[in-house]
Design a protein around this ligand. Structure first.
Ligand code: GKR
Ligand code: MG
Length: 419
C-alpha cells in the first residue's frame, strides 16, 4: 500500500437522498414527484473529505456500499488501483462493465475532490487544466404536466414552469429557461407525442430562436424508418438527432438514410461499444457522462478517442444536484474538443441542492468553472440531512417512470419503439 498515512481513506460514507422533481414526460412515462441520488463523502485519515454524487436506487446504492468496504486503507492518489479494486469486487455479481462503471466513477470523483483539497488546486487542474473558464449548457426542455396530480391522499403538486404539451407550450418553456438562465441552445426531450407533433415543436423553436442550436431526443421511441423520416424533415434545423432508435445497427441504418448527425447516450455507453459504433458509422456525436464512463479522467480519455475518430462530443445528464454539476463543469472545461453545449437537468432540481450557494451559477447559459480547491463546492449538511430523511420517509427506492404513469393513466402501455 503506497502513500502517507494522511492520504489513506478512512471511510466512505454513502447517503441516499430524495428530492423534488416535476412531472417531466419521456418515452418511458413521467418523472415521479421524488428523484433519488446518492451522495458520497470520502473521508481521509487526515480528515479531508472528498465529495461525489451518483444516481440513486437500491441496486446502485448497495454497490456503492460494497465499494465503501473495498476502498478503506487505500491511498486517495491511487485512483487506478482503487477503480480496479472496486471493479474486481463487483465483477462476480455485476457482469456489465457499464453498470460497474457507475460505482467506480462516483468514487473516482470523490478521490479527485479530496486530492484537489489536499493540493489546494481545482479538479480541472488535475485533469490537465481548463481550456475554457465557463462551460456552456443547453436548456433541457420537456413536455410536462402543470402538476403532479393528487394521488393516494397526497395533494396535487404544482411548480412555476407550468404545462407544456404542444409547440406553444414548449416555446414558452424555452423562453422561461432563457429568461432565467440565459441559455443559447435547446434540447427537447421527445418520444412523447407522435413524431409530426414533435417536428412541429422543433420548427416552432427554430422560428422563435433563430440561429440557436436545437436538438431532439426521443430515447428510442421510433423505428429506424420513422427515425429516417424525422431526420430528413429536420435536416438543417437540428444540430443533431439523439437516440431516435435503439441499437448500434439501428442507428447505422438511420445514418445511411440521412445526413443529419446522430448522437447517443444509449447505444454507446461502454468502451466495448465504441469499436462497432465507429465501424458501422452509427453515430457522429457522443454524449459522454462521467457518472458511468469511469470518472473524470476516463471521460478526458474518451474525448481523445472521439477526436481520433472524428466524433463530435456533447454531455449527457440525468436528474442531478450540485456535486454532479461541479464535476460535469470541471471535466467539460478540460476537454478541448467538446464541441456542443452540455445537457443539464439542474434548473428542474436546483431548489433542493445539497451544496451551499455561491460556487455554481447558471448564467448566460453557462457555468463558470469553480476555482476553489477540488470540485470547489461545499456540502450543505442541513440539506443533506433533510433530503436523507425525505428518502427514508418516502419509501421510494427506485425510479419507475412507467409505473408512475400507469397509476395516473391506467391504460398507459410502454412500447419502444412506439412509432
Ligand atoms: O430525465 O427523462 C429524463 C431523461 O430522459 C433521462 O432519463 C435521459 O437519461 O436525459 C437523458 C437522455 O438524454 O437520454
Ligand atoms: Mg439522450
Amino acid at each position: 500500500m503506497s502513500g502517507t498515512a494522511g492520504t489513506r481513506i478512512r471511510e466512505l460514507i454513502v447517503t441516499p437522498i430524495a428530492f423534488r422533481d416535476p412531472p417531466l414526460l419521456n418515452s418511458n412515462g413521467v418523472h415521479e414527484p421524488l428523484a433519488l441520488r446518492s451522495v458520497l463523502q470520502l473521508v481521509l485519515e487526515d480528515g479531508t473529505v472528498g465529495l461525489g454524487e451518483s444516481t440513486g436506487g437500491t441496486v446502485r446504492l448497495e454497490r456503492l456500499e460494497a465499494a465503501a468496504k473495498v476502498v478503506v486503507g487505500m491511498d486517495v492518489f491511487d485512483t487506478t488501483a482503487l477503480v480496479a479494486a472496486i471493479d474486481a469486487a463487483l465483477r462476480p455479481t455485476v457482469p456489465s462493465s457499464h453498470e460497474r462503471g457507475w460505482t467506480s466513477s462516483a468514487v473516482e470523483v470523490a478521490c479527485l475532490d479530496a486530492q484537489g483539497k489536499l493540493l489546494g488546486r481545482p479538479v480541472s487542474d488535475l485533469l490537465g487544466g481548463k481550456v475554457r473558464d465557463a462551460v456552456p449548457f443547453a436548456a433541457y426542455l420537456f413536455y410536462k404536466w402543470a402538476e403532479h396530480p393528487a394521488l393516494d391522499g397526497r395533494p396535487a403538486v404544482g411548480d412555476d414552469w407550468g404545462e407544456a404539451l404542444d409547440p406553444a407550450g414548449i416555446v414558452e418553456q424555452a423562453r422561461l429557461m432563457q429568461q432565467r438562465y440565459g441559455f443559447r441552445s435547446f434540447k427537447l426531450k421527445g418520444g412523447v407525442f407522435p413524431p409530426d407533433e414533435e417536428i412541429a415543436a422543433i420548427r416552432a423553436l427554430a422560428e422563435a430562436f433563430p440561429g440557436q442550436p436545437l436538438r431532439l431526443d426521443p430515447n428510442t421511441a421510433w423505428t429506424p424508418e420513422t427515425s429516417a423520416y424525422v431526420a430528413r424533415q429536420l435536416d438543417g434545423v437540428l444540430e443533431y438527432l439523439e437516440d431516435p432508435t435503439a441499437t448500434i445497427p439501428g442507428m447505422a441504418r438511420v445514418a445511411k438514410e440521412s445526413s443529419l448527425p446522430l448522437a447517443t447516450n444509449m447505444c454507446v455507453v461502454a468502451w466495448e461499444h465504441l469499436r462497432p459504433a465507429i465501424e458501422q458509422r452509427a453515430i457522429q456525436v457522443l454524449l459522454t457522462d462521467h457518472h458511468y464512463w469511469g470518472g473524470l479522467r476516463r471521460t478526458r480519455e474518451l474525448a481523445v478517442v472521439c477526436e481520433v475518430f472524428g466524433l463530435g462530443l456533447s454531455m449527457h445528464s440525468n436528474s442531478h444536484l450540485g456535486i454532479s454539476l461541479a464535476a460535469m463543469t470541471h471535466v467539460a472545461a478540460a476537454i478541448p474538443n467538446l464541441d456542443h453545449s452540455c445537457d443539464t437537468h439542474y434548473p428542474w432540481n436546483s431548489a433542493d441542492d445539497i451544496v451551499l450557494p455561491g460556487a455554481l451559477e447558471l448564467r448566460d447559459g453557462a457555468v463558470e468553472v469553480p476555482t476553489g480547491p477540488g470540485l470547489g463546492v461545499e456540502l450543505d449538511h442541513d440539506a443533506l440531512d433533510r433530503l436523507h430523511r425525505l428518502y427514508l420517509d418516502s419509501g421510494v427506492r427506485g425510479r419507475d417512470d412507467t409505473a408512475y404513469m400507469r397509476r395516473v393513466r391506467p391504460g398507459y402501455e410502454l412500447r419502444l419503439p412506439r412509432w
